[in-house]
Design a binder for this molecule. Structure first.
Ligand code: NAP
Length: 312
């Protein structure tokens, strides 16, 4: 059994930032992650809106976060799947396949993952033409035709990235205006390899061994047509990674965890930070900011509840 003042679930920007602030508040701190450390930004090609870095690769930035956290002696437990968690008890108890962890406070920073289209062919063709990571799989589409679904920052940025490899990139969007930041939109509009398919939704992904075409419906005219593509990248938003919570915390309609301005959840000693919480903006900087706030208030909680001494 391992005991800590605070255990942070998730080693992305929110988790590392929380770790740095918790350790600097003299809390014995651990970070547990189901995967390797780094979180979602590890897959981002580059960021140009994290202050201090006008251009930096997502993986490189997360390496810097991790190196920084390492300096404060935070214990890291990657590749740990949570089997059971009791956030109500005191101490909080976390059981993974490998170990039992106990902590006075838990900071949930498990982030989010790509939302699925939920259409026929999507599951079947994952790894055979359906991908949720242009940075990982883009190079497979050299001189090919691909489609990106969605109109947010992710869809439009990744479509631009895919033009490095593909001859043609369709952006299929359900409306006639993009949600992405204006500067990102402009890049796509100026890119001759990108063609927009407006007011349209993908109904089905078809192929034999590999993806060959998409069945698309124009939501205004209800025309249904097929589009020949070699690959499709859905970028239609994110869902929180909260499977382990089991109804112990208050969540919004989308499942994101509700917090107050100190990042406290509906339970004492439990905080949620970054993309996993109900928040109006999900960026690396806001995740890092959440982490700082959550850790400072977790430290205050540990200080104020000194009577709950279980760590020798
Ligand atoms: P998002 O901003 O929520 O955009 C999702 C897009 O998918 C929207 O255009 C939405 O259409 C569309 N959509 C949603 N459900 C759909 C469905 N079932 N079928 C078809 N289209 C659907 O998601 P995101 O682009 O993944 O970004 C998530 C967050 O990360 C955002 O806050 C974003 O700003 C941030 N982010 C930032 C950066 C950066 O700053 N470098 C990069 C990537 C992401 P509607 O527009 O009609 O709703």
């Amino acid at each position: 059994m391992k005991e800590f003042d605070t255990i942070i679930l998730g080693g992305g920007p929110a988790g590392f930032s929380a770790g740095i602030y918790a350790a600097r508040s003299a809390l014995k701190t651990a970070i547990i992650d189901i995967n390797m450390m780094g979180g979602q930004p590890s897959n981002y090609l580059e960021l140009e809106n994290y202050p201090g870095f006008s251009h930096i690769g997502g993986f490189e930035l997360m390496e810097k976060f991790e190196e920084h956290a390492d300096k404060f002696g935070i214990e890291k437990f990657p590749m740990q799947e949570i089997e059971k968690i009791d956030l109500i008890s005191n101490p909080k108890v976390i059981l993974t396949k490998e170990d039992e962890f106990r902590a006075k406070t838990v900071i949930i920073a498990t982030g989010a993952q790509p939302m699925k289209l939920g259409i026929e062919g999507e599951k079947e063709f994952v790894g055979r033409g359906v991908s949720y990571c242009a940075v990982c799989d883009g190079a497979f589409y050299k001189e090919k035709t691909v489609a990106v679904v969605g109109g947010g920052n992710s869809a439009v940025e990744e479509a631009c990235y895919l033009t490095k490899f593909a001859d043609k990139v369709y952006i299929i969007h359900r409306r006639d205006a993009l949600r992405a930041d204006k500067i990102v939109q402009q890049r796509a509009f100026n890119n001759p390899k990108i063609e927009f398919v407006w007011d349209s939704v993908v109904k089905e992904i078809k192929g034999s061994q590999l993806v060959e075409k998409l069945v698309i419906e124009n939501v205004k005219t209800h025309d249904v047509f097929e589009l020949a593509v070699n690959g499709v990248f859905p970028y239609i938003g994110i869902v929180p990674n909260i499977d382990f919570i089991n109804g112990q915390l208050e969540q919004d309609k989308g499942g994101f965890i509700m917090t107050d301005e100190t990042m406290k959840t509906s339970l004492d000693g439990v905080y949620a930070v970054g993309d996993v919480r109900h928040t109006p903006l999900r960026q690396v900087i806001t995740a890092a900011s959440d982490g700082a706030v959550g850790a400072v208030y977790a430290a205050k909680y540990v200080e104020e509840t000194k009577s709950v001494e279980f760590i020798k």
